[in-house]
Design a protein around this ligand. Structure first.
Ligand SMILES: NC(=O)c1ccc[n+]([C@@H]2O[C@H](COP(=O)([O-])OP(=O)(O)OC[C@H]3O[C@@H](n4cnc5c(N)ncnc54)[C@H](OP(=O)(O)O)[C@@H]3O)[C@@H](O)[C@H]2O)c1
Length: 298
């Protein structure tokens, strides 16, 4: 029986690297995947980034596309799309894990979500099939505000979420990528479940205030109900079959269960996680939210 609780084995952040001959990154154009690819390439690892738009093509929904992606690979970073907690994820992830091991993949790292019962089903399915897999159970990404579904709300100046006054330890995806690469290239991470959080709990009102200060524009947080959130998402064009489960998922993960810090980044890397203030001071100068400044000027 696989122990489904986080493994507290002390890891060895300074373990010598055993670089894979070739690494696979599933979702290699995504928020975490592209950063993992950049790091692996910088280390000199032959890296195959795949998604529906690459050659070879990889589609989670089409297992006939998997063998070509796995060919001659010995380490793999997996991001499931659309969400590791959605129906069908556990079966697909476990099946890919089995196929990967059969083809000689030695290290498998899965990105997961923190405090999500359905995401844990996916983790457990992978660990049952591949006990040596590494799970990165991550809190909400800081980059959700600059590269994902909270980007437009930041530009609009109103972040509406069914989050009440709950706090969340947002994590910098740069840290997720660092942990993923450590797990793909060094020993000591096999079978470990890392709870990855940032170093500070922030309410969405706190995050909005820090975004306002850094960007120089008023941005406020508006608490809404799950039903209001789903209705607004559908009106904005999100398919109903995605909007409703997403609103339900938010209601679950934002009920206070995740309002605590964890030390996964420190355990994996031997250094503290990056702070939200560092994310802001790094991201504002890139012009990520510059359109808003132009609108303000106009
Ligand atoms: N956002 C958060 O705060 C958060 C927190 C914890 C965990 N997560 C988890 O993060 C995962 C997503 O990772 P991410 O944010 O790094 O990626 P992402 O930015 O959402 O990008 C998705 C990637 O997957 C590819 N993709 C889309 N559909 C695909 C399909 N059917 N088959 C294969 N590839 C497909 C996309 O490329 P193509 O379009 O070219 O296919 C792209 O490379 C989800 O499982 C989510 O549960 C997110």
């Amino acid at each position: 029986m696989v122990d489904m609780e986080p493994n507290t084995t002390t890891t060895t952040p300074t373990a010598p690297r055993r670089l894979p001959n070739r690494a696979l990154v599933v979702g290699g154009t995504g928020k975490t995947g592209r950063r993992v690819v950049e790091r692996l390439v910088a280390l000199g690892v032959d890296t195959r980034s795949v998604s529906r738009s690459t050659v070879p093509r990889f589609d989670w929904a089409d297992p006939t596309t998997w063998p070509a992606a796995l060919d001659d690979v010995d380490a793999a970073y997996l991001t499931y799309y659309p969400d590791v907690a959605f129906p069908g994820a556990a079966e697909a992830i476990a099946a890919l894990g089995v196929a990967a091991v059969e083809r000689g993949v030695r290290r498998i790292v899965l990105l997961s979500g923190r405090g999500e019962p359905e995401a844990k089903v996916s983790e457990d399915a992978l660990l049952a099939a591949v006990p040596g897999a590494t799970i990165l159970r991550s809190s909400w990404f800081m980059q959700d505000f600059s590269e994902h579904f909270l980007y437009e709300p930041v530009l609009d100046g109103v972040i509406a979420l069914p989050a009440g006054d709950v706090t969340e330890p947002f994590i910098d995806v740069e840290d997720i990528a660092d942990v993923a690469v450590a797990a793909l290239t060094t020993d000591g991470h096999e079978g470990v479940v890392y709870e990855l959080t940032g170093p500070r709990l922030l309410s969405f009102a706190d995050a909005a205030a820090e975004l306002s200060e850094a960007i120089g524009r008023p941005i406020r947080y508006l608490p809404v109900t799950e039903a209001e959130y789903a209705a607004a998402a559908i009106q904005a064009g999100v398919p109903v079959e995605e909007a409703e489960p997403l609103a339900t998922l938010f209601g679950v993960v934002l009920d206070g269960r995740n309002a605590h810090l964890d030390d996964g980044v420190e355990r994996a890397l031997g250094r503290p996680a990056r702070d939200f203030a560092e994310y802001l001071s790094r991201t504002v100068p890139t012009g990520a939210w510059a359109v808003e400044d132009e609108q303000a000027a106009g």
